[in-house]
Design a protein around this ligand. Structure first.
Ligand code: GLN
Length: 269
């Protein structure tokens, strides 16, 4: 007997939000359209696909990896299990950069640890960029595909932080790995077991990349430039102290849960 949207929505063992996510992806409908058509039949293929995805999801794999795509700043990006799934907190970081810099012209921007390329691509599309460089040690193929998909002009190149970076930039941005090894056990299973450890963890209690980025910042940040970092909720004091020690000013911003999540660092002129 054929199955309806309502049958799918009655599936046990998954949160409603995830059932909607799966249906939205399979049917290319939005949540309201699904709700308004509850008695509509799924084809046999759609029902089989729905159940296949639901079973894989129940084993822990994130839906974004199952479908190979995710949404960031209202755009669709390709993802695979070698890159971090972009987070809503990172949308806030990007939004902040856009708000602070939208009236400026000919910006030179560097994104360190670009992963899927989401930060660099959205900035390239929303700001007046003369140069949008983005570096990572791997995964540049996927990031390039994402840039092509959105017609964004981004120069991706392999670099271990600044190792291959020659220029100075008006904006440097990074959402580096910042989870310390002690925090590992506190992560959700779907993060711990499926997302790339290289994109999540950093040595020295999660501070390794911040130290590297800040220590050579004066070589790569232009006069009056800004560094925007996503940070862990417990790292604000460390970053503020480190910035101060290196003669930079540091402003901390919170995320929507009220946790410290962003650092904006500038030279003290
Ligand atoms: N820049 C990418 C993002 O914010 C990747 C971040 C990372 O791998 N730590 O999603």
């Amino acid at each position: 007997m054929s199955k309806t949207f309502a049958d799918a929505l009655a599936t046990k063992g998954l949160p409603k939000s995830e059932i909607f996510y799966i249906l939205q992806e399979i049917l290319s409908l939005n949540r309201n359209e699904i709700l308004c058509q509850k008695s509509t039949d799924l084809s046999d293929e759609q029902w089989d696909e729905f159940n296949r995805v639901a079973e894989v999801r129940k084993s822990g794999k994130p839906l974004q990896y199952i479908f190979g795509r995710c949404y960031f700043y209202d755009r669709e990006f390709l993802v695979n299990d070698s890159v971090l799934i972009p987070r809503p907190e990172t949308e806030l970081l990007v939004d902040r950069i856009i708000q602070d810099n939208k009236s400026k012209k000919d910006l030179k921007i560097l994104d360190i640890g670009t992963g899927s390329g989401c930060i660099a691509i959205v900035l390239a599309l929303h700001l007046d960029c003369k140069v949008m460089d983005a570096v990572d040690t791997q995964t540049l193929l996927l990031a390039s595909k994402n840039a092509k998909k959105h017609n964004a002009e981004v120069n991706f190149f392999a670099s271990d932080i600044y190792s291959q970076v020659q220029s100075r930039y008006d904006i440097i941005v990074s959402n580096p790995p910042y989870i310390g090894s002690q925090e590992f056990q506190t992560l959700e299973k779907q993060v711990k077991d499926y997302e790339p450890k290289t994109a999540l963890f950093a040595k020295e209690n999660g501070t390794y990349f911040y130290k590297k980025i800040l220590t050579d910042l004066n070589l790569h940040l232009s006069y009056e430039g800004s560094l925007y970092l996503e940070i862990g909720a417990e790292q604000a004091q460390f970053i503020t102290d480190l910035a101060e020690k290196l003669n930079f000013s540091c402003q901390i911003k919170k995320d929507l849960s009220g946790l410290d999540r962003m650092a904006i660092i500038k030279s003290k002129n």
